[in-house]
Design a protein around this ligand. Sequence first.
Ligand SMILES: Nc1nc2c(ncn2[C@@H]2O[C@H](COP(=O)(O)OP(=O)(O)OP(=O)(O)O)[C@@H](O)[C@H]2O)c(=O)[nH]1
Ligand SMILES: [Mg+2]
Length: 359
Amino acid sequence: MKKVMKAPWYDSFMAAASSAIKQRLPLVDIIVHVRDARIPLSSECELLRNYRGYSRHIIAFNKMDLAGGSALQPWMKHFRENELISFGVNAHNKDNIREFLNLIQRQVRELRRTDNPNYTATVMLVGIPNVGKSAIANALHQVGRISAAEKGKLKHAIVSPQPGETKDIRSFKIGSHPNIYVLDTPAVLSPEVPDVDVLCKLILTGAIGDDLVGKKEIAQYFLAILNSSEQYKKWAHLSTKADDGIFLNSTTECLTSFGFHKKERKKIPTDHTQDEIVHDVRGTLFETISCFDGNIRNEDEMDALIGSQFCALQEPFHVSSECGEVPDHKVAAKLLNLFSTGRLGHYILDHLPKNIHSL
Ligand SMILES: Nc1nc2c(ncn2[C@@H]2O[C@H](COP(=O)(O)OP(=O)(O)OP(=O)(O)O)[C@@H](O)[C@H]2O)c(=O)[nH]1
Ligand SMILES: [Mg+2]
């Protein structure tokens, strides 16, 4: 029999939150299933699987700014083909939130079965931890079409990078005539630990803490994704060695060594962050990957590349190599921080399914 590991995040509080949400689901007009756009499948909230019939469903792919709007398009198409309404959201962008509110209002109008202007509709935001439910609730409340008098009394849900911050179901007015209220809810996750790939994605995107796997392992997981993607090629101009023509024109000359004998780095303005560390980290990652003459599909060779990247990243991160294991952990923490703020590029970590019914 398959042994199912009990998830440490599924405490009595999450169990209570799950049942409170389940009780409310049949009563709300619209369910907004908030997912992380970087993991459109892995951030599915399992609790909602059996509730499609009750009310209208909108899938909100939040943190679109971290996934990349254009990369998200094929995903939205796939969801549309499966007759699911989906929308790419950036909770920090007012114009985008206005469009999202318009979509909600259209859905409410379609649902409305009465001409009573005092009709009240409820929209419930449901999702796994840290996907941005509270940030969306705040943003909708802020741009919501409520009277000037009501605007003075804006409420705020707590938004935090720590997962599991919201503890209660709270409502926020987001429209008048008809009245529309959005319900922010506590996060719910499956009581079972998912497979290691999904687990790493959930940790990498901040849905669960890293106590279960560890920062170094998650950073290694991220580097494996980066090393297998095309992202690093965009950073060619940041490499100090690119100036020599070695990396751009003849990869063969530098393929056997990871000797990063640093020259005085030229201070080239960065593409969008103006952040010198980000610039140097990107350049270093470009150099390590370009230098790699092994087979990326071979696990041992990939591990060797990742090991060399941990060493090479000590310099741009200003981490000292004198204290054994510790530098790797420092590098890992700094690398993960850059990833989580989008400064190492846009990523969608899930693979677009061939079979649309697995959404
Ligand atoms: N880049 C980016 N960050 C976002 C976006 N939406 C939310 N965040 C950030 O994501 C983190 C989590 O946001 P919350 O709104 O607290 O997420 P939540 O789903 O309510 O989290 P829990 O209540 O803990 O389940 C915060 O650091 C937010 O600032 C977004 O669209 N883009
Ligand atoms: Mg919250």
